[in-house]
Design a protein around this ligand. Sequence first.
Ligand code: BEZ
Length: 218
Amino acid sequence: MVNLGDVFPDFTAQSSKGEIKFHEWLGDSWGILFSHPADYTPVCTTELSRAAAMQKDFAKRGVKMIALSCDDVESHIGWIEDIKDYSKCEFEHPIIADPKRNLAVKLGMLDPDEKDAAGLPLTARCVFIIGPDKRLKLSILYPATTGRNFDEILRVVDALQLTATKKVATPVDWKQGEACMVLPSVKAEDEAKFFPKGVTYVEVKSGKKYMRTTPQPE
Ligand code: BEZ
């Protein structure tokens, strides 16, 4: 089990692109590890196709992507041909093999409700977003039967990267380009220094001055 803020566990595993030493593979980049229940399954194929189509969007943000699925490398290599065919895109990122569920157990990713033909539990759909400091910044966990929303994954990358560098948080349903909230930890006397575009105080009934917005920083 990994908690927010923990250093993400390092591991060595086989993948469709050879052996991966996870921390070495991450380098100084942001990273997304997203897991899949099994190869040659319909929902996973749509998800990896979307990931392939959005590869450039993630790369533009300095984010490396890596998938994991419970099957072996040979199966991954065959399945990638289907993904390329379905998505009409190149498929650049590695898929980690985890046939014995070693990583799925270590990272708390098993879905007890979905089992393979041998009765082994499948891996749930986890998204782990890891910062350049190798610490876990965000995790999302879906059951095997619910496909993820990759626009949402890109949106939260933007939100995390803004918070990491610009002292803002992002409000409900925030999208790229919209106003952000000033972090509660920023003192009023520091607002001008950190937010040259200005800060607006939103009036609330209590009269407390905690709702501060600022245009999205550059
Ligand atoms: C799928 O990827 O389609 C899938 C995998 C496991 C359980 C249910 C659906």
